[in-house]
Design a protein around this ligand. Structure first.
Ligand code: BG6
Length: 489
């Protein structure tokens, strides 16, 4: 915690407050923090957007969100005291005069000094103008109280636009005031990757090319693009999921141990790791659309935007040289699951004659990010009453069993709290964003050339295109899902 907010109080200003994210994630997360008494004693939440709401209308909308999205935790008595801290200002923050009205409102509520956390949950095209306006009105200035800004993804649409945006951000804010959010880093199970690796002794010695045969990361979604076609058709699955969530998971699984558990060391190691990923070979990539994607309202008639991608990449460092990493993600798939599967090498078949048999699966460690959060370690056991037959068995850690259902907070809860407490460890630093785009840019531009694999289709509700299976078959491997029944086959 760098600068505590409890004494001076804090105002959380949400730009884009009438949007989905505010109602589904931000207000429910803040409500839960309030319920757990984790917010500063003095705080205000001020929603800003163009829609005309009264304070009361806004509270009513937000109450619906909390009831619907914060699980079992809604209680009228908590809500009523929480709602006293919620305000709304109708205004367009991209117009300096209207933002000035917001500024006056904030000051009227703050009675002198108050820290401020701005949350940019507006269309990304508005980031530059709002950030500049905050600067112009000196709403960025820290004078005895801090000013921080959370910026939602996407941060740029390629390296060049990310560099431009970083320039604007740094013109108005110091890097230590900036919190680029990737909600995957706020998931308990993602944070636990570092604890699994570095708070235990038994995993790390085998966590390298000498013992690991390959690693798969699957982030599968059941939902299709729904009402988000206007954004999604421009972005596609690689910008939407790989540039951020999936590469972040990869970095957590593969980075070197940081020298300390702090933002600088953690982020230094991630940047080092990301910089060791060479350009992804186009023939090691697959892109596809679900069958009825082109019929979605808002999607261009001949759109080539992939809703699914799979790829193989390598990490060129001592630890991972030669180990393939298989990554895949898509929408409209059979089930929702995010998981990381580490497959270890086969033991030498010295004494058991079954050991090289295909039925004898090498050890695997599967980290189930969501749902059914947990970790599974699979290994071989002797089949009882046989001479030398083996059977794969599962040693399981399950969050719900170990900690109880309610113990996993939403990612946004953790991230908002960290931002209030001044801990940017789980946020993406400017050089990290740039390193991420350096991996993605050549892939996206490669896909525009004639050498790129064609966009194929897959059935809604399937596990993706056959080309993705083929990608692994060439290496004698298969996709496997350790966290759902029957391995997702
Ligand atoms: C968002 C993407 O960042 O992550 C969405 O923009 C995606 O397209 C979502 O659905 C997935 O998040 P989660 O937490 O449901 O896995």
């Amino acid at each position: 915690m760098s600068q505590d907010s409890s004494n001076t109080g804090a105002t959380i200003v949400i730009f884009g407050a009438s949007g989905d994210l505010t109602q589904r994630k931000l207000i429910p997360a803040l409500y839960n923090l309030f319920r757990k008494k984790r917010l500063p004693d003095r705080f205000n939440i001020v929603g800003v957007s163009r829609t005309a709401y009264s304070h009361e209308d806004f509270r009513t909308e937000m109450k619906q969100g909390v009831k619907e999205f914060s699980g079992e935790t809604f209680r009228d008595e908590y809500w009523n005291s929480f709602a006293e801290h919620i305000w709304y200002v109708a205004g367009d923050a991209s117009k300096v005069q209207q933002l000035d009205e917001v500024r006056k409102f904030l000051e009227s509520k703050e009675n002198g000094t108050s820290n401020r956390l701005y949350y940019l949950s507006v269309a990304p095209t508005l980031y530059p103008v709002i950030i500049n306006n905050l600067g112009e009105l000196n709403m960025n200035g820290e004078n005895g109280s801090w000013r921080r800004i959370i910026i939602e993804k996407p941060f740029g649409t390629d390296l060049e636009t990310a560099l431009d945006l970083n320039k604007i951000v740094h013109h108005n804010f110091d890097e230590n005031q900036v919190y680029r959010i990737d909600h995957y880093l706020g998931k308990e199970t993602a944070q636990n990757i570092l604890f699994l690796r570095f708070a235990n002794t038994i995993f790390e010695p085998v966590w390298n090319r000498n013992y690991v045969e390959y690693i798969q990361i699957t982030v599968a979604e059941q939902v299709d693009v729904g009402h988000r076609a206007a954004y999604y058709d421009q972005a596609g699955v690689v910008r939407d999921m790989f540039q951020n969530h999936i590469l972040q998971l990869l970095a957590l699984v593969t980075m070197e141990p940081p020298s300390g558990f702090n933002a600088t060391s953690l982020r230094n190691e991630k940047v080092k790791l990301l910089s060791a990923i060479p350009p992804i070979e186009l023939q090691n990539t697959v892109r596809a659309q679900y069958a009825d994607y082109l019929q979605t309202d808002g999607v261009m008639k001949n759109s080539q935007t992939p809703t699914y991608a799979a790829m193989k990449l390598y990490i060129e460092n001592w630890r991972w040289q030669g180990v393939p990493f298989y990554l895949r993600s898509g929408k409209a798939l059979r089930a929702k699951t995010s998981q990381i599967r580490v497959r270890f090498q086969r033991p030498p078949g010295v004494i058991f004659n079954t050991i090289s048999d295909e039925s004898c699966t090498p050890n695997t460690l599967t980290i189930c990010i969501q749902p059914d959060e947990g970790i599974h370690l699979n290994f071989q056991a002797k089949l009882p009453d046989s001479n030398h037959d083996t059977r794969e068995v599962d040693m399981e850690f399950n969050y719900a069993k170990a900690f109880g259902e309610q113990e996993i907070p939403e990612a946004y809860e953790r991230l908002l709290l960290d931002a209030l407490n001044g801990d940017p460890s789980l946020f993406t630093r400017s050089d990290e964003i740039e390193a991420l785009w350096k991996i993605i840019d050549p892939l996206l531009s490669g896909w525009e050339t004639g050498d790129a694999p064609a966009v194929t289709t897959y059935a809604h509700g399937s596990w993706g295109p056959t080309a993705a299976d083929e990608l692994l078959r060439k290496d004698n491997h298969k996709w496997h899902l350790g966290c759902i029944p029957n391995g997702g086959t």
